[in-house]
Design a protein around this ligand. Sequence first.
Ligand SMILES: [Zn+2]
Length: 202
Amino acid sequence: MTIDCPTRNAQTCQDRFAYTDSWSRLNRHVELIPMGWQRLYSDLRFTLAVISTKKRCTIEIAGAWEEDGLLQVQSDTTDRVVQGVLRKARVRAMHTCMECGKPGKQRELDEWRQATLCGSCAGPRLLALEIARLIALERCGSVDLRKELQSSPSARLVRAAAESAALACNLPATFVLEKLGRKGQLRWLERLKERAQQESLE
Ligand SMILES: [Zn+2]
């Protein structure tokens, strides 16, 4: 698709190409956009091409990329239609899993990273992080692992994962992670963490 804009003449008015230049940049940025957002990002570029008019040729659009699970694409134009199109894309991204495109929400993966993910894509990541946290706390002596596995609400996820892993390797139904000795628990946690990390990369 091509978009409507006057012939380039850099000497008279460079800004008259702001819209086409922005649109070309958005096209080049496809690779910076997560897989799960490709559909909405393509809709965004299509709509911007459809609404392109001579009147809008000086509008500049900044972006686009992903940051902390949010789509970064904006403009300081007062044109309500362009602002509406950009806002709609940002809102769609806020509710769309970056990995698979299913409905998702912004989740905190750790202190310095957020991502917009659906439950299935977030599960293995959150599990791996929770296990890593438990192992680290246990190693520095801050928690009693057995107690933590019994009482901490977030450890429910870990216990459930351990039970399903035990079932998968045909361990007796009486297997309970919290009842293993310290070494056995740590061994299990390491294995579960590796499994979850592997799953989150698939
Ligand atoms: Zn997903």
